[in-house]
Design a protein around this ligand. Structure first.
Ligand SMILES: [Zn+2]
Ligand SMILES: [Zn+2]
Length: 179
């Protein structure tokens, strides 16, 4: 069966066209008609400034009188540096999309389906993914951080300056950085 929807959503595309969907067939359906779609890409370019690894998610696309309502959850990994131990790790970002895309396209609306029937999830995906990133990235909630004195990664074990006096200036600095 040649299903245009599934053809559009072929898995493992690596470019942002994973998020650029032809929903023309949906626009021909009656109000209330809904289709679920699964997404998966080992590496996805969401925008020039955002690449995600292990991108996955699912969304329902529902025909409404105004266009198509998209409701879905997505996640992907983005490299981040832990504020405590300075290790780079894959930070999981998420996007909860609940958005109406207008059709016919309303020039005053940010979220529209093009006359050609294409709906581009990338701009909203980028915005929500970046918003979900914590201000202070932690490689794990209980990361022990680095010794402010010798730089030893305390996640890998204690250092020898445990009993020694830690330079108070560094201690204050570390406190500030940990805020
Ligand atoms: Zn860490
Ligand atoms: Zn130390």
């Amino acid at each position: 069966m040649d299903d245009p929807f599934l053809r559009e959503t072929a898995l493992y595309k690596t470019r942002r066209d994973v998020l650029r969907l032809n929903v023309g067939f949906l626009l021909k359906e009656n109000v209330g008609y809904s289709r679920r779609m699964d997404f998966e890409a080992p590496l996805l370019e969401v925008a020039d400034d955002l690449n995600l690894a292990n991108f996955r998610g699912a969304a329902n696309f529902t025909r409404t009188p105004q266009g198509v309502y998209v409701q879905g959850r997505f996640s992907g990994e983005h490299p981040a540096e832990c504020v405590r131990c300075l290790t780079e790790f894959p930070q999981v970002l998420t996007a909860d999309i609940k958005q109406l895309y207008d059709y016919p396209p309303d020039p005053s609306s940010e979220h529209v389906i093009a006359e050609t029937g294409f709906l581009d999830l990338a701009p909203l995906m980028r915005e929500l993914m970046l918003l979900s990133a914590p201000m202070r990235a932690l490689c794990r909630p209980d990361c022990k951080g680095l010794c402010p004195n010798c730089g030893q990664d305390w996640n890998e074990g204690p250092c020898n300056c445990e009993k020694e006096e830690i330079n108070p200036r560094f201690a204050v600095l570390k406190k500030l950085l940990d805020k």
